[in-house]
Ligand binder design. Structure first.
Ligand code: FPP
Length: 260
């Protein structure tokens, strides 16, 4: 049920009540944004952090359940050492500065990915921020950090294989649910909407299993320029789609959910 504040927000933005439960975003175009302005790439990432702040706040206010952001992929480790270092600094600043804002907006911070690869000081900031927001019951903000969809699938397959080897699971009993529940996203609703900025038509290595029935919204807008009007446009685009999940009937909502 929408709160009166949410209902007013939906009306103001001319949105229908059925919003995606889980939105995932590939935040692309920070480098191009900076290049256009003759600025160093990190200036684009810094501006991108402002977009994150705005979209997180708005998602919470609208009553979206989960927002997963592709903040750092395993492939991003291949970037020049200086850029990786600056991105880590930015992440540290974000985690330190944003906890108050997250608490104010009842946002729970979570991560997916191999966070053990991150510098120890970032791991410690993450633990602090996740601990401080663990009780929050509003939006789940999921940062994908050192994340690879294929690596997450490999990890899930290994867990399942170990259970089978130990005799706790018959191979014939493996279903979509078994796999969904073994992924790092097991406690999240299905991804209803994927947004990719900067006009690239790729999934890259993001949420490979989870995106099976997601609606895609690709925009040419570069991530640092992606603010409230662009997010609202993506949600309106989603609300205009007919979701059939491979069938013939138009259904609004998710076809399955491993979480429940
Ligand atoms: C891609 O832009 C963006 C990333 C590498 C990840 C997103 C990172 C941020 C928004 C920085 C702040 C993050 C946090 C969590 C504080 P790109 O460099 O690939 O852009 P390009 O394709 O134009 O070069």
């Amino acid at each position: 049920m929408d709160t009166p504040k949410q209902a007013a927000l939906l009306k103001r933005h001319r949105l229908k009540p059925h919003l995606p439960r889980h939105v995932a975003i590939i935040m692309d175009g920070n480098g191009r944004w900076a290049k256009k302005r003759h600025l160093p790439r990190i200036a684009g990432h810094r501006a991108g952090a402002h977009s994150i702040r705005e979209i997180v706040r708005l998602s919470g206010e609208l009553g979206i359940e989960a927002l997963t952001l592709y903040a750092f992929s395993t492939e991003n480790w291949r970037r020049p050492k200086k850029e990786v270092g600056l991105l880590m600094q930015l992440l540290k600043q974000y985690l330190r500065n944003e906890v108050g804002e997250l608490l104010e907006n009842n946002v729970q911070l979570k991560t997916i990915g191999n966070t053990g690869d991150l510098p120890l000081e970032i791991q410690s900031e993450l633990r602090k921020a996740m601990g401080a927001t663990a009780h929050c019951t509003g939006l789940k903000l999921v940062l994908a950090l050192s994340y690879s969809g294929r690596a997450d699938l490999i990890h899930a397959i290994k867990r399942i294989a170990k259970k089978a080897k130990a005799g706790h699971l018959h191979p014939e009993a493996i279903t979509e649910k078994t796999i969904g529940q073994s992924l790092s996203t097991a406690d999240l609703p299905e991804v209803d909407l994927l947004i990719r900025t900067s006009g690239e038509f790729r999934v890259s290595n993001f949420l490979l299993w989870e995106l099976a029935y997601s609606e895609f919204h690709i925009t040419k807008t570069l991530w640092p320029d992606f603010r409230t009007p662009h997010f609202i446009a993506a949600l309106r685009d989603f609300q205009g789609r007919q979701r059939r999940f491979g069938g013939v009937e138009s259904i609004v909502g998710s076809v399955t959910s491993w979480a429940r």
